[in-house]
Write a protein that binds this ligand. Structure first.
Ligand code: FES
Length: 182
């Protein structure tokens, strides 16, 4: 079964190399992947919902499971890998303990979202889709958190925070570092 996702766009330049053929998935990862395959393999365009399902279960899509997915959907490993690396939403390694999402959509941009995004990157010392130097926080863009009337907004570990600015973001991240509830 093929997925329409392969026709959305070419594989981006600089995509990560394919995982080694000999890599064997951890039993728990193989089991989660098999369960997702059983839920989605028979539907049209199965690849994307299957990948979402695996990431929802494991927090990432293990590279060692790419072959298992490809075989189940009658795709090549390169096709599956290309879709995983095309969408920034999908992760190929375990997530950091924390995740900071900064809204990059229009309403937040109009209320200082660009400066907030720049501050978040400077504070964490990494760009979007990257991890801070301590390995503690993944920094990701999002496109609307449903807080447009109270923009700009971020979400830390899934919890939204409205009317943010650099100082409030610093306090939020400081509280995380100090082990306080975000
Ligand atoms: S545009 Fe940022 S929360 Fe809606």
């Amino acid at each position: 079964m093929r997925s329409d996702a392969m026709h959305l766009a070419p594989r981006p330049a600089g995509a990560a190399p394919l995982p080694a053929l000999s890599t064997q998935p951890a039993p728990a990862h193989a089991a989660a992947t098999a369960a997702a395959i059983s839920r989605h393999a028979q539907r049209d365009g199965a690849l994307l919902p299957l990948l979402h399902d695996i990431q929802a279960q494991l927090g990432f899509i293990p590279p060692a499971c790419v072959n298992q997915i490809a075989q189940a959907l009658n795709l090549s490993r390169a096709e599956v890998h290309g879709v995983i690396t095309y969408y920034p939403h999908f992760h190929s390694c375990t997530p950091a303990p924390h995740r900071l999402e900064v809204c990059r959509a229009e309403a937040c941009q109009a209320m200082g979202g660009d400066a907030l995004a720049e501050h978040a990157q400077a504070r964490l010392g990494c760009g979007f889709h990257e991890r801070d130097a301590d390995g503690a926080i993944d920094l990701e863009p999002v496109y609307c958190l449903g807080l447009c009337a109270q923009s700009p907004a971020v979400a830390l570990d899934g919890r939204p925070h409205a009317r943010m600015n650099a100082q409030r973001l610093d306090r939020l991240l400081d509280s995380l570092k100090n082990g306080e509830a975000a």
